[in-house]
Design a protein around this ligand. Sequence first.
Ligand SMILES: C[S@@+](CC[C@H](N)C(=O)[O-])C[C@H]1O[C@@H](n2cnc3c(N)ncnc32)[C@H](O)[C@@H]1O
Length: 249
Amino acid sequence: MIKQFTVITLFPEFISDYMKIGVVGSAVDKGIIKLNLIDLREFSTDRNGRVDDSSYGGGPGMVFSVEPVRAAIKKAKTDSNMHSHVMYMSPQGGRFDQSAVKDLRDLDHIIILAGRYEGIDQRLIDQDVDSEWSIGDYVLSGGELPSLVVIDAIARTMPGVLGSDESAKNDSFADGLLDFSHYTRPAVIDDERVPEILISGNHGAIARWRRKNALGRTYVGRPDLLSDKFLSYDDRELLKEYLQENGLL
Ligand SMILES: C[S@@+](CC[C@H](N)C(=O)[O-])C[C@H]1O[C@@H](n2cnc3c(N)ncnc32)[C@H](O)[C@@H]1O
């Protein structure tokens, strides 16, 4: 089934340029995802094309007004025959992580609202937005980069988007671990050697090495990921082995 994304933004070209390249570009070309862009400016009710106004109570910074954003959302919904979910990208939203990707990837049509300035009128968040998402605890100047983050992260989990569906299964966070280390030719550079097992052709031994490496790297780099993850007896033994081999135990 095609997944539709509509981005409501003041800078549609920012989104369209990125959507032409790489994995996401080929997902669009293959018809696995469909992208609609809505230029918020077209919904201005002001003859100067303004879509924002000052914040009640005073202070610097402008706020997206209710009317143009609401009209743009209505247009996005009526242009699609699918069930729509409206997301607002915001530093105040829930954390957009791989488990959010898993939840959101089953939605048919995702409308993403990219804010600017101080953000959007609270009444839009209360009445028109279904979910609010943050890509991290920092403040960017606009919601375009976050929108692309959402589209890219969801697109690469869709069947047929990556060259091999195995890649996404092994990606960091897919099963709560970081990805294992990757090496490519040449096998030796000066005195730096690729681990022997990886060039042994023994698939069982390679899978075991990769699991051990993923467990060890997660333990060292992101121990928080392991704090509520169930590890089987075999995983615990592999992790112990990794720590011993690396002088960490
Ligand atoms: C300058 S920010 C507004 C920040 C807002 N005044 C605040 O402090 O929460 C402008 C827009 O960028 C987007 N944005 C900025 N940082 C973001 C983040 N970490 N995650 C998602 N969107 C973000 C949002 O769409 C936001 O409306």
